[in-house]
Design a protein. Structure first.
Length: 324
């Protein structure tokens, strides 16, 4: 099969479009014929092993995982003998942040992994970007226990996590203030934001409003900068560890004082409930993943380069053609 393969850590250029061995299917696994996948921040971090801590899980000197890609949409090609939840021919979507492998024509995934039957009416390219950034967003929102009527600020509302967070928050009935640049103000309003702050025109950290929750969806701010935005018992959450991994430390320390605090929830890996949850939101019209650009699999290096500019809006989708 064709796949995007890398045998060392580094820049986008370490990835090669090459032949790879088709996965063998275990008793409890599905073989998925991948039609679409994405390149996201997780793929970039794992490819480059940045931060360095990645290497302790994926190979200290050389990567154990040669094929990246955690988000996918495709067709079930074969099933193991113990599989009962899916059949050959089912159209499925989800994410696999355990063994990855979606940057290829075929991938194997356990039947109890984070996947679900695709919503009716969606193409593979529309379904593929539905679960990775959005499951980070949902993890953050659930950890903060956001409820209807609360006020939430989302910094970085145009990325995969931020654009999902705005929509998920609105589905819960929260009041949403979104922060983005000038050219994306109307896009973010269209996602449901009640109020939009253009960070190129004003410093969002000087906003006079107070919030129950502040979500830094791009990991470019800090608790120190955003603290004044929080209500007396408000919560700050970030999608990134922060400088010197400060958000982990602050998540341990700040709750001890009973006031404004930091939370840093760790997403649950391979969660089938989340995949089904997003299926329901898509079918109800409460969530639509934002797509920026599309690339064929053979141009995945260009996709990596674009994602790493930090300018992508929503998601970058990879179309997977099949040689047979």
């Amino acid at each position: 099969m064709k796949a995007a393969v890398r045998i060392r850590y580094g820049s986008p250029e370490v990835v090669r479009f090459a032949e790879a061995e088709k996965p063998a299917v275990k008793d409890d696994e599905l073989l998925v014929k991948v039609h679409a996948t994405t390149v996201n921040r997780t793929d970039c971090a794992l490819r480059a092993a940045k931060p360095f801590i990645w290497r302790f899980f994926t190979g200290l000197v050389r990567p154990k995982l040669r094929i990246l890609g955690n988000e996918f949409a495709g067709e079930v090609e074969a099933v193991g003998g113990g599989v009962t939840a899916y059949r050959v021919g089912d159209r499925v979507f989800g994410y696999n942040d355990g063994t990855f492998g979606a940057h290829a024509e075929y991938m194997a995934i356990p039947q109890d992994g984070a996947l679900a039957i695709m919503p009716e009416g969606l193409t593979y390219e529309e379904a593929a970007p539905s679960t990775e950034g959005s499951h980070y967003a949902l993890t953050i929102i659930r950890a903060a226990r956001v409820r209807s009527g609360q006020d939430v600020l989302v910094y970085g509302a145009t990325g995969a996590i931020g654009s999902a967070a705005v929509q998920l928050l609105k589905s819960l009935g929260a009041g949403v203030t979104a922060v983005c640049d000038t050219k994306n103000v109307e896009l973010v309003r269209g996602l449901g934001a009640d109020r939009v702050v253009d960070y190129t025109a004003e410093d969002f950290t000087k906003d006079e409003r107070a919030y129950d929750v502040v979500i830094d969806a791009v990991g470019k701010s800090s608790f120190g900068r955003c603290r004044r935005l929080l209500k007396p018992r408000g919560i700050y959450l970030s999608s990134d560890l922060g400088t010197l991994s400060q958000n982990l430390f602050l998540a341990l320390v700040t709750p001890l004082f009973g006031g404004k605090k930091v939370m840093f929830p760790i997403p649950k890996q391979n969660d089938p409930e989340m995949a089904r949850y997003f299926k329901g939101l898509i079918e109800s019209g409460d969530f639509t993943p934002v797509i920026d650009r599309r690339y064929p699999l053979e141009e995945i290096v260009e996709a990596y380069r674009y994602v790493e500019t930090g300018q992508k809006i929503g998601n970058v989708v990879i179309s997977v053609g099949h040689s047979s």
